[in-house]
Design a protein around this ligand. Structure first.
Ligand code: 13P
Length: 253
């Protein structure tokens, strides 16, 4: 573990939820409940079409804005895609490699790496999601899977990644949206492994978050683990009171 203090991050991945008006109201509610929390890097990740209005809501606050995905090219004939060059005007961070994109939409490890490279090229902090499926977990392949996912991402970078230029989110697929959270021991073990793996390759690791059914009830014990630097929160990020409780739990880390 590195000796540098790592500010905990709690990022709310809204996924494909809320209309623009609902998203603006949700962002305002998050701002009201979380903006005083100075010990946590609070992030919301709304759908693309919400970015501009939510940006206006969050302007001047500590709550940071990110997108849920990005394409790897800067411009061109890529119907429906959104580039990092476009996002750089609107937000600070972008999630890449979420398991729903990998498993529902067929996104590969290499494509995830290209997406991170595009994000970094445009000054966005990429949050790279990794994690094993239930069958990979049951087969004892968790470390091999996250290593493969991370190595593909690292291989796609042409500029050096700095520890604060990206974030890793460990999200076991079997824990996403299932209410079946990894135990703090399981999550800690994999997050520690990820940190060491990346430190060996780059010399320094970024913050490592845990995601998968994070709730008001389990956040504090997950965030108390030494190698878990916060959470990537799905369903609970749509409920501002619950999200604020999770943020507060990270603040007492
Ligand atoms: P849940 O918190 O709903 O399990 O989702 C986790 C997730 O996928 C965050 O990116």
């Amino acid at each position: 573990m590195s000796g540098t203090p790592r500010l905990p991050m709690v990022a709310g991945n809204w996924k494909m939820n809320t209309t623009v008006a609902e998203g603006v109201a949700l962002a305002a509610a998050v701002l009201e409940r979380c903006s005083a929390e100075t010990a946590v890097d609070v992030v919301v990740l709304p759908p693309f079409v919400h970015l501009q209005p939510v940006r206006e809501v969050l302007a001047g606050s500590r709550v940071r804005l990110g997108a849920q995905d990005v394409f790897w090219e800067d411009s061109g004939a890529y119907t429906g895609e959104v580039s990092a060059a476009m996002l750089a005007d609107l937000c600070d961070l972008v999630l890449v490699g979420h398991s729903e994109r990998r498993h529902l939409l067929g996104e590969t490890d290499a494509e995830t790496g290209r997406k991170l490279a595009a994000a970094v090229r445009h000054g966005l902090v990429g949050i790279v999601a990794v994690g094993e499926t239930e069958s990979e977990h049951d087969a004892g392949d968790t470390f091999a899977v996250v290593d493969r996912q991370l190595d593909a991402v690292l291989a796609a970078q042409s500029t050096a990644l700095t520890a604060d230029g990206w974030v890793i989110a460990y999200e076991p697929v079997w824990a996403i949206g299932t209410g079946r959270t990894a135990t703090p021991e399981q999550a800690q073990e994999v997050c520690a492994h990820i940190r060491v793996h990346v430190e060996r390759r780059l010399g320094a690791a970024p913050r490592v978050l845990y995601g998968g059914s994070v709730s008001a009830a389990n956040a504090a014990e997950l965030f108390a683990c030494p190698d878990i630097d916060g959470g990537l929160v799905g369903g609970a990020s749509l409920k501002p009171d619950v999200f604020a409780t999770i943020v507060a739990a990270a603040g007492t880390r």
